[in-house]
Write a protein that binds this ligand. Structure first.
Ligand SMILES: Nc1ncnc2c1ncn2[C@@H]1O[C@H](COP(=O)(O)OP(=O)(O)OP(=O)(O)O)[C@@H](O)[C@H]1O
Ligand SMILES: [Mg+2]
Length: 240
């Protein structure tokens, strides 16, 4: 069963560049609650499939995948569960920027056996949240993600963590995200208001289906709302 989640941002005319969309103690109640609702739905999907991992993706670049991955990781870590967030966008990595970490040693370096996994993982970035950044940009990201070494690491991740979240590259640009299909319960798809088109979404759904994987739910970001609709219960998520 797929779930459909909505995230809302108050209507404003400000540019998004430079704004911080990471969850913190100062985040709006509605946004924190929307992530909690998404978390609950994802947890149900994971337990039904007996998996610990899911990936966040979207069709195009810049739709909010890394921000959503980061916020879901923060939200999951608040449940006193051990969470690992992995930046699997090996072409345009961003998770290290969001958490203000260095990206000297990351996933590519571990797969390439240049560094040990324990050295590469940033432990306790927040309570219960560890992060593995993407690492040095490699010329062959798809090959690295198909490697036996990556599968060995995956086995270790699911032994050591309660939840593993993969940030990925946009499916409409490269197929890297689909290479994770055997590790994950499915994809959480980010849809951006006034950016993602129906055509984009259809292409994404077709690609995921063709790869024999699943969409766990969709998360809409950058939405506007007005207070009247809010009072009428416009904040909701739904199963379909
Ligand atoms: N809820 C939101 N509302 C408006 N802008 C947002 C929201 N979430 C993220 N952004 C902004 O959108 C831009 C892209 O965000 P992000 O890096 O998370 O996207 P992405 O899909 O991971 O991009 P890429 O495809 O390059 O990896 C950033 O400038 C970010 O600040
Ligand atoms: Mg990104």
């Amino acid at each position: 069963m797929a779930a459909n989640f909505k995230l809302f941002k108050k209507k404003d005319n400000k540019k998004t560049d430079g704004q911080n969309f990471s969850l913190s103690d100062k985040s709006k109640f509605a946004i924190v609650e929307a992530y909690k609702a998404a978390r609950t739905n994802i947890m149900f999907s994971l337990s039904a499939k007996e998996k610990k991992c899911f990936a966040v993706t979207s069709y195009s670049k810049g739709e909010g995948k890394s921000t959503v991955s980061a916020n879901l990781a923060i939200s999951f870590s608040k449940m006193e569960k051990k969470v690992l967030l992995i930046d699997c966008d090996l072409r345009r990595p961003n998770i290290h920027n969001i958490f203000k970490l260095d990206n000297k040693n990351g996933l590519t370096n571990v797969i390439g056996k240049m560094v040990d996994i324990d050295e590469a993982i940033k432990h306790d970035v927040l309570p219960n949240l560890d992060i593995l950044s993407a690492g040095t940009i490699a010329p062959n990201p798809s090959e690295l993600m198909c490697s036996t070494r990556f599968y060995e690491l995956y086995e270790q991740f699911i032994r050591d963590y309660d939840y593993v979240i993969f940030d990925t590259a946009p499916i409409g640009v490269v197929a890297d995200a689909l290479l994770l299909k055997d590790m994950i319960a499915g994809f959480v798809v980010v849809v951006r208001e006034r950016s993602t088109t129906h055509g984009d979404l259809q292409h994404l759904l077709d690609s995921v289906k063709l790869a024999d994987s699943t969409v766990l739910g969709m998360l809409e970001v950058g939405c506007t709302y007005d207070s009247k609709r809010r009072k009428k219960g416009y904040y909701y998520y739904q199963y379909y």
